[in-house]
Structures are given as C-alpha cells and as structure tokens.
Design a protein around this ligand. Structure first.
Ligand code: UDP
Length: 253
C-alpha cells in the first residue's frame, strides 16, 4: 500500500457523476427477493443493476459421502458458478480457478455466522448461480446466500451483507460496474459485514491504495452494508410477515 494520496483523491469530495450517471455513494438499482426457487429449502435472488444472482440452499441433511461427515458440526458446501451467457465473452461451462476461489471466500464468510455445531454429521449446500454479470458478483452471491440460508431456517448468529466499493476514475465509489472496474486507476474492494457486530467476514483488494483511500472505502462499505441489511430484512419480512402482524425485530432475527 503506498502512503501518498493519489492526486485525484480529493476530487472525491465533489459530486462528480460517474459514467452511468450515479453519485459516488449511489448503488445501482437493487432488487432482493426471498423464496424464488420452489424446490430448494431456501432461496434468494439479488440484483445490483445488471448483476443478477440466484442462491439456493439444501439441508441440513445427512452428509454424503458419509466418510466426509464431521461428528462435531455440519459441513458447509458452497458452489459459486457463472452461466456461460452471463458474461460478454461466452464462458466455458463449469468451475474454473476464479469460481473455486469465490466459492471458498463465500464459504469462509458464511462459516462465521452459520451455527454449524447444531447439525453434526450433516451437510448444508449453498449453490450460487450468476445469471448476468456486470461486476460485484461475489458480493451479490454472498448477500443472496445469506438470505437463502435464513429462508431455509438455518440458524445464524447474524445476517451477512456485502458490497464492492473502490476507486475508479479518481473517485471513491460504491457498487462498481464492470466499466468502472476496467478504469485505468480502478481498485475493487469487495467487503462483507455482519449486521449486528459489524464484523468483516470478507475483504479483498486488487490494487494499490493509500491508507486514506482505504479508510474511505471501508467507511463507505460499512454504511452500504447497513443499507443492504435493511433491504435483506424487508425481503424476509415480505415473505414471512403475516398480514396485519406487527413485527419488531430491531435488526435481529
Ligand atoms: N468477468 C467476465 N468473465 C469472466 C469473469 C469475470 O466477463 O470469466 C467479468 C464479470 O462482469 C465480473 C467482472 O468481470 O462481474 C469482475 O470479476 P471479478 O473477478 O472482479 O469478480 P466480481 O466483481 O464479479 O465479484
């Protein structure tokens, strides 16, 4: 990390509009729905602009194959996958290095909140499918996976919300598009944060930032996760709140 602020950093305090007309702190249009796949035990759909992801959860169910079962807790299996038509240049179907890496970081993040000890010898499977990609797919997948687990009734200590923030075209911005990620000075920082304790369960970085820029990005990511958490909560309430029922969950599930 270099310690010299980039020459454009202070421009960020202006409200210079981004290539798609957004202000630095604006999300793309976000849509979040719970219970979109009938056959899964839990599911969710998350859309950040043109990035669209579905997550489905099965389990807890007995571990298969049995010799891989953990006698102390459930095994969490996470699979992130991009459909061939989700990206500009048709993608070869099936897993690749990138999808294996994303599946791992998503699993690591979810493992911090799912109460796996409640289900020894079992498995819980989370499948995340990218229908359309315009950057931010891992954070959309993680946001959807967290909701799908809640929809499946799997006990979690708290909900995980995620967003990518970063630098693009001399500004610190929220929810980067692929066009912004491709900017010459771009640095993409996907962040996942839990709702109550504000613990960070995913933080990646693919470039060079000053401490000042990094702190500004973390601050924006933290504020963004609070907003995304409210949208996740609304999506769950939309499915589960009975007509006329008063719910006072105060951010807790
Ligand atoms: N992408 C692509 N083809 C690929 C992988 C990625 O076109 O095989 C695009 C896609 O739009 C993706 C973006 O590159 O969202 C950024 O990918 P990255 O690895 O940074 O992960 P993401 O931002 O999606 O979490």
């Amino acid at each position: 990390m270099s310690d010299k602020p980039s020459k454009d950093f202070h421009e960020n305090i202006t409200d210079r509009l981004r290539p798609d007309g957004r202000k630095p702190d604006d999300f793309r249009p976000i849509r979040i729905e719970v219970g979109v796949i009938k056959r899964a035990d839990g599911s969710a759909y998350v859309e950040f602009g043109k990035t669209r992801v579905v997550a489905a959860v099965y389990g807890p169910e007995p571990m298969h194959p049995r010799h891989l079962a953990d006698p102390e807790k459930a095994v969490l299996i996470c699979r992130y996958n991009m459909l061939p038509f989700s990206v500009e240049e048709r993608k070869k179907p099936g897993p690749d290095r990138r999808s294996i890496e994303i599946s791992k970081v998503v699993k690591d993040a979810l493992s911090t909140v799912v109460v796996l000890e409640e289900f020894p010898k079992c498995m819980i499977s989370v499948d995340m499918v990218v229908l359309e990609a315009d950057a931010g797919t891992r954070v959309a997948a993680l946001t959807a996976a967290s909701l799908a687990l809640a929809d499946a009734g799997i006990p979690m200590r708290e909900m995980i919300s995620a967003i990518a923030c970063g630098r693009a075209n001399g500004q610190i911005v929220v929810d980067l598009t692929k066009e912004e990620e491709d900017a010459e000075d771009a640095v993409d920082v996907p962040v996942a944060m839990s709702s109550l304790t504000k613990r960070i369960s995913l933080l990646q970085m693919d470039g060079d930032l000053t401490i000042e820029e990094f702190e500004a990005i973390l601050d924006k990511a933290s504020k963004s996760c609070v907003k995304i958490h409210a949208m996740q909560r609304d999506a769950l309430l939309k499915k589960y709140k009975k007509e006329g029922e008063e719910v006072d969950i105060d951010g807790e599930y």
